[in-house]
Design a protein around this ligand. Sequence first.
Ligand SMILES: NC(=O)c1ccc[n+]([C@@H]2O[C@H](COP(=O)([O-])OP(=O)(O)OC[C@H]3O[C@@H](n4cnc5c(N)ncnc54)[C@H](OP(=O)(O)O)[C@@H]3O)[C@@H](O)[C@H]2O)c1
Length: 285
Amino acid sequence: MLMLKIALTGADGLVGSRIVELLKDDFEFIPLPQKLMDITNKEHVDNALKNLDFNIFFHLAAFTNVPGAETNKELCFKINRDGTKNVYEAVKQKQKKFIYVSTDFVFDGISPPYNEDSLPNPIGVYALSKYEGEKIVNPPAGGQAMIVRIAYPYRTSFELKKDFFRTFKFYLENNKPLSMITDSLMTPTFIDDIAYGLKYLFNNYKPEIYHLVGSQSISPYDAAMKVAETFNLDKSLIGKTTYEEYILGKARLPQFATIKSNKNNFWKMKTFGEGLDVIKKQISK
Ligand SMILES: NC(=O)c1ccc[n+]([C@@H]2O[C@H](COP(=O)([O-])OP(=O)(O)OC[C@H]3O[C@@H](n4cnc5c(N)ncnc54)[C@H](OP(=O)(O)O)[C@@H]3O)[C@@H](O)[C@H]2O)c1
């Protein structure tokens, strides 16, 4: 059987590298790392894509440092908005399918829950830049692209970048105290589930918005407690704070990021507890 060819940016990142690892026998991935194709350089992009043969372009590359975006606004927009425009236009010319990975941060977190039909209202620089990317690939006149929003992705291991789960675990394992918000919600998503959900979406492409998110929203405090419970770590290291206290002097984050999907009837996403149980097994292998 012929494999779908998927050209992708961000293949070496936290999310992309696990997707490639899990789905490498199902699809032919063609990674386009920054050193081969800097997405902020239109000429690079046009040259790299001109003669490239692929069925789907999967765009994961982004400026992802949320606090850093507040002080690096220009670079953040250059990568997330202008870079997206460069790759989208080159792919559109070739009349190929395009998938843009976006974030739950496009929502303000004021009136949850948020599903695929909810109206974005980004509140920080990173969130704004990612929403600009969404509007490029999916303009009001009707877009040709699929948008896949993910939220708080976590995985068992990845040397290059710690996700929130491994940050909590690292603190607890090293007897460092954590001060965790009790009055906000996030929707943690096991990256393995994102990969398997994408397997369906690659094979069943539609130019629509999808949320591939965990099936439970939880406060950061409860999430840290769950990590301590699952890995037998010291819960007394976990202190409490409030949302308002935590964000003082920092970029505002959506407070109640309860993200839902009314479209995902193709892959059962795990709760945070279920994800941690799988991670525990993966670690002991
Ligand atoms: N991590 C999260 O919490 C989270 C949450 C929601 C949504 N998302 C979205 O998910 C996607 C993947 O995030 P991630 O956390 O896996 O990313 P990541 O680990 O920070 O990796 C970012 C990737 O983007 C590439 N990149 C950055 N600038 C580039 C440029 N100018 N040209 C080409 N490539 C460039 C990097 O390539 P090099 O390694 O070659 O430099 C790297 O592979 C992003 O679109 C992000 O917005 C992430």
